[in-house]
Design a protein around this ligand. Sequence first.
Ligand code: 4AD
Ligand code: MG
Length: 476
Amino acid sequence: MSYTVSQLLTQDITFQPIEIKGWVRTFRANRFIALNDGSTIHNIQCVVDFENTDETILKRITTGAAVHIKGELVESQGKGQKVEIQVNSIEILGDSDPEEYPIQPKKHTFEFLRENAHLRTRTSTFSAVMRLRSSLSFAIHKYFNDNGFYYMHTPIITGSDAEGAGEMFRVSALDAKNPPLDDDGNVNYKDDFFGKETNLTVSGQLEAETYAMSLGKVYTFGPTFRAENSNTSRHLAEFWMIEPEVAFMDLAGNMDLAEDFMKSVLSYVLDYNKEDLEFLEKRLLDEEKTKPQAERSEMSLIEKIKFVVDNNFKRVSYTEAIEILKNCKPNKKKKFNYIIEEWGADLQSEHERFLVEKHFKCPVILFDYPANIKAFYMRLNEDGKTVRAMDILFPGIGEMVGGSQREERLDVLKEKMKALNIEEEELWWYLDLRKYGTAVHSGFGLGFERLVMFATGMGNIRDVIPYPRTPQNAEF
Ligand code: 4AD
Ligand code: MG
């Protein structure tokens, strides 16, 4: 019978004839194959009877080759593993070129592996990261399904660019060399595929709101696109976002939902991805040994995840946060790039990281931001100057979640749009929600890759998505 490595290592099936297919990680002493098939972080040791194996076959057992092995699972004679496979026959399914195969059994830099992203999941680190990524997305769907949410597929091509969450990528079928022009000499999008200008979406929120206002509790989980030129370790031009939206829920409910949701999905991977987490924890420890003491984390990877699962997020208003920042050492000593002088300042990631990493030392939910640094759709507070916005900040990551209670009052929303020059015609359907059966509602957006970064301890967002899209880079 055919098995995966994971099955062979966890089921009690010794002394039975078994078959397995996988890729050779290493072949040692013409005898010991470390075989991996992606089903677990562990390799299985396969012991070749080299005296009775054809010389030409032995030569073809090289790192990277795909093989089909038949044999018996037996208790291991050697150290390091409980069981191993006594090989009776081995078939080479696909040869590898040991000289040219990029993934050699040695340490590679992440930069090198990014250039070989099509093969990097043949390493322990990247296979562990991508198994965790898969597991987290399953946990996310499970959480919402268990809690009565409907999964909504919001459009990827959008005709409205009013959200203002970021620069957009244009979608067009016009001849780029020779586009139709209008009387003023501008490109005439009336002649384009959709008869109007269209872009890749920056968020599914506005459409999700329409469904929340009929189905009650919905969420989207899909790709979003931002054409900002931010070449940082936390930004992608194409990233995946989870956006729940709930009718009759206010900002306090939104905070409760976000916190419960994040704790639930993180505790799922603690339960189901233990071995991958243990491997990544060790990797992170090794990486941190190369850093100066002051930059090393006080907690290990698994401790950090458990800490988030077991402790309340700290809820702090923007106004309180500004007071803390105005009076903190790095601000007074002018160590920040942007000095916080007064209420109203937009918070930069250096400030967010000070709050979570140095001051509170736990995830922080900042809420009630000044209206003029947040999006038009956020619910204006009674003070007339703050909105019911919330950002969730995580140690080591910075902003993980952005959300708000939505402005449900037609007149206030229209006023806001007018002040920002957003055409009513463009968002007529969004305004309709406020005309017909409007109600309090709220939601948030979680950047999936930032969550994967937190759960895996990876320091660069390019290493937690299969094929990163960043400025000047769309290989694969
Ligand atoms: O704060 P943002 O821009 O919020 C929205 O788009 C709202 N419409 C969400 C909502 O209320 N439904 O983005 C949400 C999250 C951020 O907190 C961050 O985690 C992530 O998306 N994010 C990015 N992740 C990777 N690369 C980028 N360029 C990102 N921009 C935002
Ligand atoms: Mg944001």
